[in-house]
Design a protein. Structure first.
Length: 339
């Protein structure tokens, strides 16, 4: 797709995919709902929808995006939520259940729900959000021409994962070994870990792989990290149960371990840093896709959008607790600094 650059500090960057989505739809964008139609939207999550704060933010952002196009809940659209609650093996049946309800369109958050939805239907339009590298995952043929019944918003996990190594080393100039806590149940986490493994050696950093497949693996994972005593931690856990994040935060704080998390996952609770795309901002763009599809556009003709903005958060209070002095140049690039 080209013309897309990774940035830190909230700078807006040019993304050809975004321009194509906004300005080059194969059908006119009406900006208003079809008269007399109630759009039935099925939403499929892998994580615990009731307890996860990120999912709540995604819900609000998606509804905001629809409202910007003239839709109101209960009047001209309804939502049917299904959540696997951190158990990916439940996703195929939940996707099939939404198909049996004869929803007009499916919204899927992440790679595993999108793949499950694709297996459940090749005819109902699917709008994905937050899927890392949907081409590599075999979800779409290309970003410009997705083909099939799936389009939406992807996340470039490759560049993001490599950037987390760089940011952690900038905060810890003597960093030579980093542990990566990643959930091997999700393909997106595997892609992210592979990119960290590729990026780290060029910065003189060795990687300790700490794989988990679910919440029951944390005690063993924490013990492995403690034995190796890395200088920092990168958390790529993806979908979590409600109590997973507090357990990770408690571990890194107790062990005085500087950690960088995915956006919205750790710094506010006491982790050192976060970096990633603003997922609620991406979810607002889901409303654009839903409106186009409601007005007759085909997913196959709607280019996949990529993030145009990445956010960087530093918890300065945690840095002081760890005895770290964060360079002013790094602080200046943060979108938010938690005092």
């Amino acid at each position: 797709m080209g013309l897309r650059h990774l940035s830190v500090g909230g700078q807006v960057v040019l993304a050809l995919g975004v321009l194509l989505v906004i300005f080059a739809s194969p059908r006119p964008v009406t900006g208003e709902p079809p008269a007399g139609k109630v759009l039935r939207i099925g939403v499929l999550y892998a994580f615990n929808h009731a307890l996860d704060p990120v999912s709540s933010a995604l819900d609000r952002a998606m509804i905001d995006g629809l409202r910007a196009k003239g839709y109101e809940p209960g009047r001209n659209f309804t939502l049917e939520f299904r959540s696997a609650e951190g158990k990916p093996e439940r996703l195929p049946e939940l996707a099939a259940e939404l198909v049996r309800l004869k929803v007009d369109v499916l919204v899927t958050a992440g790679t595993a729900p999108t793949l499950s939805a694709r297996e459940a239907t090749q005819t109902i339009p699917i709008v994905m959000v937050g899927v890392p590298d949907p081409v590599a995952a075999g979800i779409v043929a290309s970003l410009a021409r997705p083909g099939g019944n799936i389009t939406g918003v992807s996340v470039n996990a490759v560049e993001i994962s490599a950037k987390r190594v760089q940011l952690l080393q900038e905060a810890l100039p003597k960093l030579s070994r980093v542990a990566v806590l990643w959930n091997s149940s999700f393909k997106s986490m595997t892609l992210g870990f592979q990119q960290i493994k590729l990026a780290a050696p060029s910065r003189g950093v060795t990687v300790q792989s700490v794989r988990v497949s679910g919440s029951g693996d944390f005690d063993q994972a924490f013990a492995a990290i403690s034995r190796e005593r890395p200088g920092g931690l990168i958390v790529l856990f993806g979908p979590m149960r409600g109590d997973d994040l507090p357990r990770i935060i408690e571990f890194v704080n107790r062990n005085r371990l500087p950690a960088i998390f995915e956006l919205g996952r750790g710094a506010k609770e006491g982790g050192l840093m976060e970096f990633g795309p603003n997922l609620p901002e991406l979810a607002r763009h889901v409303g654009i896709y839903l409106d186009k599809i409601a007005n007759g556009a085909r997913p196959a003709d709607l280019p996949v959008e990529e993030p145009t903005r990445f956010e960087f958060v530093i918890n300065l209070k945690t840095a002081r607790t760890l005895g770290l002095t964060i360079q002013s140049s790094l602080l200046a690039r943060a979108d938010r600094v938690i005092e």
